[in-house]
Design a binder for this molecule. Structure first.
Ligand code: MEV
Length: 324
């Protein structure tokens, strides 16, 4: 049996604006999705998602649910797509059993689906002895991601594949940022699941109604991300915090925030966070606060009192990789 894993991510700057080609800053964190892969004696793709409590098998386009009924089909489909891409690449006609386990909150802005897809691609490619470049791992994970939401920028599968801290730009690739120091972060989860595709559609609609205004907001997002890249490389946490607050305001302007997120963001700021913003698609999901290390616990407590669940996130240089 082959086991592989891939990291969750936090977008520090530029979510949503990245869909329109502007740069964004993303870091891989120390929460990972794990996928194990085994050969089968038949030609099915069997998938068991332990955390979602869903399982079933695919034979061509037919689905046979085991746990979770028809809902299982939609949720497991991206994993099947990722597996099929590797099977196709390897030109092997075999069946594969896959089990997925993850410590990443689902539909919360932390890139859980991309991490699962990247882990599956790496596990299945090793199982089938298919030598994939990182670019191919990214591409197959990206194709699975397209099923989850129609027009992804590619930022999630990129960070899950490569890890580290990246300045990412759609259709232009990415640049690794040289971040030496710690980036002390608390993540607060509103517990509200939401769909990235719907959130992207909200922004698209607002841009359609007020193009001249929203285009300025998006361009300002670009300036914020570029200044933040410099602040990250020089370790200027105060500037980073302030830029996070500005970025959050821009995300409010395009319609990505909501009341539960605002409560957590303000609780963090009131308790002394250097900056706080929603992260990912918004409309629920997670926010992130940057703090001096001695303030992390206090800020986490304040976020909890405001209704969120929290964890302290550390940056991770490790992208998708084989575990055993
Ligand atoms: C999702 O993690 C981030 C968004 O910018 C969508 C995307 O980039 O595909 C909201």
């Amino acid at each position: 049996m082959i086991v592989a894993s891939a990291p969750a991510k936090i977008i520090l700057f530029g979510e949503h604006f990245v869909v329109y080609g502007e740069p964004a800053i993303v870091l891989a964190i120390d929460k990972r999705a794990r996928a194990s892969a085994e050969l089968r004696t038949d030609k099915r793709i069997y998938i068991n998602s332990v955390d979602l409590g869903l399982s079933g098998s695919f034979m061509e386009e037919q689905f046979q649910p085991e746990l979770g009924g028809e809902e299982a089909r939609t949720k497991l489909e991206p994993i099947k797509i990722a597996t099929q891409k590797v099977l196709h690449f390897s030109k092997k006609q075999v069946g594969v059993s896959i089990e997925v386990e993850s410590s990443i909150p689902v539909a919360a802005g932390l890139g859980s689906s991309a991490a699962v897809a990247a882990a599956v691609v790496v596990a299945v490619s090793r199982l089938l002895d298919a030598k994939l470049s990182k670019e191919e791992v990214f591409r197959f994970a990206y194709e699975a991601e397209c099923f989850v939401h129609g027009t992804p920028s590619g930022i999630d599968p990129t960070i899950s594949t490569y890890g580290g801290v990246l300045l990412f730009q759609r259709d232009r690739g990415f640049k690794s940022l040289n971040v030496e120091g710690d980036i002390p972060l608390v993540v607060g989860d509103t517990g509200m699941e939401r769909s990235t595709g719907e959130q992207v559609a909200i922004v698209r609609e607002r841009r359609k109604h007020f193009p001249s205004i929203i285009d300025h907001v998006i361009k300002t997002g670009r300036e914020v991300a570029l200044k933040a890249a410099k602040a990250l490389e020089t370790g200027d946490l105060n500037a980073l915090g302030e830029l996070m607050n500005i970025n959050h305001a821009l995300l409010c302007a395009v319609g990505a925030s909501n009341e539960p997120l605002e409560r957590l963001v303000y609780a963090a700021r009131k308790t002394g966070a250097l900056g706080a913003k929603l992260t990912g698609a918004g409309g629920g999901g997670c926010m992130v606060a940057l703090c001096l290390p001695e303030k992390l616990e206090k800020v986490a407590e304040a976020i909890k009192r405001a209704g969120g669940t929290t964890f302290i996130a550390r940056k991770s240089s490790e992208g998708a990789k084989i575990e055993s």
